[in-house]
Write a protein that binds this ligand. Structure first.
Ligand SMILES: Cc1cc2nc3c(=O)[nH]c(=O)nc-3n(C[C@H](O)[C@H](O)[C@H](O)COP(=O)(O)OP(=O)(O)OC[C@H]3O[C@@H](n4cnc5c(N)ncnc54)[C@H](O)[C@@H]3O)c2cc1C
Length: 397
């Protein structure tokens, strides 16, 4: 069809996929999505993959999401942007033309130059990283026949508190499977700020702190990480012996933005106008954009929908609408059957919070898949999956 606009979307995560799905059926758009991964990563379940959860709950093949959609999927890592020519070039050497560009490339891990972290620390930002951590937990227990001296999580943000909360129960579970003698498990959580979840209300942070302490987690608040070696983590004036240190404390904006001369805010995020535009016909959404609630999956979904709506309005000769930031709902699971929910002024703690979180996972899957597949994936989020031969051989405890 003539006069179709070429929409090029960079990034197959929350924001990019949402934009593509919203525009896929419109007769006046040709949509292409470029991703460096064949699967969509559902980050909120990654701490579960590290603690025995099923891989299916954390990744969905892009080919499945777009099976019956009018979207071209290209697997490539994008590198450079030529604004004048309207072309993005990928590492493969391919060039992608656009009339309208939507950038949703997410963030990358940043160790802030702290010595040893890149070599020794574990991460949970991808399924592979989470599985590596899980395999390490098993291997260490098998080799030493006892738990590590300390298990250390760096970062008192949502990812760090979720992981720290899940670790004691999972390590105890592996020990039972391997018939190891019961011993105390030491999990430490290190946070540079004086309190956990420093960007959230104090009362919420207090409730999460109390819960972690009840689970036996030792908190090191206001402590800065200095360096890591093979068997210890140096923190301000203290060193913590450990072979298991997990870094969840730092991410930085995708290098594509700085490399291609986008204007960045003090937070390192791209400056956008009220339509989430950074340049004429170039939109930036999700974690890449400097918006009040950037850094949340819900914001990336909201942004994707917002930009898609305005692009539709534009081709229908309607005025675009201005961006109204939407407060996200925070629901953090911390240990089995317990979650902390914050919805504006509503706080809910405990099993009810955990149920809301489970429902939120289902609703998130539904953003990407039809009912049947979303239900299966949600079921997978409640199940376990092990590769350790000892654990696989045994029946559920
Ligand atoms: C462990 C963890 C847990 C989280 N838990 C929650 C939670 O419970 N609730 C919540 O709201 N938020 C959570 N978040 C934050 C949330 O996941 C992000 O805010 C969200 O993913 C942002 O969406 P996005 O589209 O901007 O980026 P992403 O979803 O990260 O998507 C970016 C995509 O771009 C691709 N890409 C990167 N570089 C290139 C390249 N050069 N070329 C092509 N493609 C590329 C990536 O592979 C990825 O698919 C969590 C994040 C992490 C890391």
């Amino acid at each position: 069809m003539a006069n179709r606009q070429k929409i090029l979307i960079l990034g197959g995560g929350f924001g990019g996929i949402k934009t593509a799905l919203e525009l896929s059926e419109h007769p006046l758009f040709n949509v292409t999505l470029v991703s460096d991964q064949k699967t969509f990563r559902y980050y909120p379940q990654l701490y579960r993959i590290a603690t025995g959860g099923r891989r299916d709950a954390s990744q969905i093949p892009l080919a499945e999401i777009f099976a019956d959609k009018n979207v071209d999927i290209v697997y490539d890592s994008v590198q450079t942007l030529d604004r004048q020519a309207g072309i993005v070039a990928g590492a493969s050497g391919q060039k992608y033309n656009f009339d309208i560009l939507v950038i949703a490339l997410g963030v990358v891990t940043n160790f802030f130059g702290i010595k040893g972290l890149d070599k020794y620390a574990y991460g949970i930002k991808t399924v592979e990283e989470s599985r590596r951590l899980r395999d390490h937990l098993h291997k260490l227990l098998i080799e030493k026949q006892k738990p590590d001296i300390n298990y250390v999580v760096i970062g008192g943000g949502p990812t760090g508190v979720e992981l720290a909360g899940a670790l004691p129960d999972y390590i105890r579970h592996i020990m039972k499977r391997h018939n190891l003698a019961d011993r105390p498990i030491h999990v430490d959580l290190v946070e540079a700020e004086k309190r956990l979840l420093p960007r959230m209300p104090k009362s919420y942070s207090r409730a999460v702190t109390k819960r972690l302490r009840q689970l036996g987690i030792k908190l090191h608040l206001g402590e800065t990480v200095k360096a890591e070696t093979a068997d210890k983590l140096m923190v301000t004036d203290l060193s913590i012996k450990s072979h298991t240190v997990v870094w969840t404390a730092g991410v930085t904006n995708h290098p594509f933005l700085a490399d291609n001369n986008f204007s960045l805010s003090d937070h390192g995020r791209a400056v956008v106008d009220t339509y989430l535009q950074a340049d004429v016909n170039i939109y930036i959404i999700g974690d890449n954009a400097d918006t009040p609630y950037s850094g949340m999956a819900q914001t990336a979904l909201y942004d994707g929908k917002f930009v898609a709506e305005n692009l539709k309005r534009q081709v229908e000769n309607k005025q675009p609408q201005g961006y109204k930031p939407k407060k996200p709902i925070y629901v953090m699971p911390i240990g089995p059957g317990w979650a902390a929910l914050l919805w504006d002024r509503v706080h809910i703690y405990g099993f009810l919070g955990w149920m809301v979180r489970s429902a939120a996972d289902f609703m998130a899957y539904r953003e990407f898949e039809p009912w049947r597949q979303a239900t299966k994936r949600w079921q997978a989020s409640l199940e376990t999956e092990e590769t350790c031969p000892v654990c696989v051989a045994k029946r559920p405890l």
